[in-house]
Design a protein around this ligand. Structure first.
Ligand code: G1P
Length: 290
């Protein structure tokens, strides 16, 4: 079993749900408290032992590349002013990862974005991590998943139970429990964004995947959906005919930073957890007449 080293971050989306904030700024760079959302997810990758980062970008996404690059001017300024704490933080960002970028010229769906990383991934298992899903957990979600991958030896897809009325916003799996802990499921089928009454279960796909390189061939043969997009879920559906796929109900709290309410909730919760802000922010919130 090969160790997972590479993580693909699709980041070419237009971020229309956050307009006008995302008119001239990538949505991945919106901060939760003081850290861009993409950095939370990249830190999860690094904490899970994945330091080879592949970001799939598009037009207007230069700020992401700059963020993970060395900033000489800023480092020099912080050094001159003796701001060593900040200097360390800024350096840590560029030292954290070995990053490569590939462009997705047209935004033709998540499956298409993953396909763009084919040459950079090569012939080894890899992770896909979506920046909209921020997962707060004692053991990083991706670390939990690498352990499941090592135990079961097949692709692993993160899932979470969601209420029926929300299910049609997700890919949904039909799985049978593989272990007594009710965490690992052998996937029988999966469907992208079904109608609530047609969903095969309440187990929704969350944006963390461990995939094997045969997904690329499956995606190349996956037809576009009604909206003209190549869905990763549909590529995986084809792959399941050829090998065992697993759903993994991770331990942790997931925030949907891809919509405004989820983004606000995550902001509040992360601020409350901060050593420097938690106490005064809690006092402030208590004082609000809600
Ligand atoms: C994507 C996937 C979907 C998954 C979701 C998780 O959808 O296509 O299967 O449930 O991410 O966040 P998106 O939210 O990008 O439309």
């Amino acid at each position: 079993m090969r160790r997972i080293r590479k993580a693909v971050f699709p980041a070419a989306g237009l971020g229309t749900r956050f307009l006008p904030a995302t008119k001239a700024q990538p949505k991945e760079m919106l901060p939760l408290v003081d850290k861009p959302i993409i950095q939370y997810v990249i830190e999860e990758a690094v904490a899970s032992g994945l330091t080879n980062i592949i970001i799939v970008t598009g037009r207007g996404k230069n700020a992401i590349e700059d963020h993970f690059d060395v900033s000489y001017e800023l480092e020099q300024l912080l050094q001159e002013r003796g701001k060593t704490d900040l200097l360390e933080q800024v350096r840590a960002i560029s030292n954290m990862i070995n990053v490569s970028y590939v462009r997705q010229g047209e935004t033709l769906g998540l499956g298409h974005a993953v396909l763009m990383a084919k040459d950079l991934v090569g012939d080894e298992p890899f992770a896909v991590m979506l920046g909209d899903d921020i997962i707060d957990s004692a053991v990083p979600c991706m670390k939990q998943m690498t352990e499941v991958f090592e135990r079961h030896g097949g692709p692993v897809i993160a899932v979470q139970r969601v209420p029926r009325q929300e299910i049609s916003a997700y890919g949904v799996i039909d799985g049978i429990p593989e272990d007594a802990g009710d965490r690992v499921f052998r996937i029988r089928d999966m469907v992208e964004k079904p109608k609530a009454d047609e969903a095969p279960s309440d187990l929704a796909i969350i944006g963390r995947y461990i995939l094997t390189p045969d997904i690329f061939e499956a995606l190349e043969r996956t037809p576009r959906d009604a909206g003209g997009e190549i869905q990763l879920t549909n590529g995986l559906r084809a792959l399941k005919e050829r090998r065992a796929l697993y759903g993994y109900r991770f331990e942790g709290r997931r925030h949907d930073a891809g919509n405004k309410l989820g983004f606000l909730k995550a902001t509040v919760e992360f601020a409350l957890q901060r050593e420097d802000l938690g106490a005064p922010f809690r006092d402030y919130l208590r004082g609000l007449k809600l």
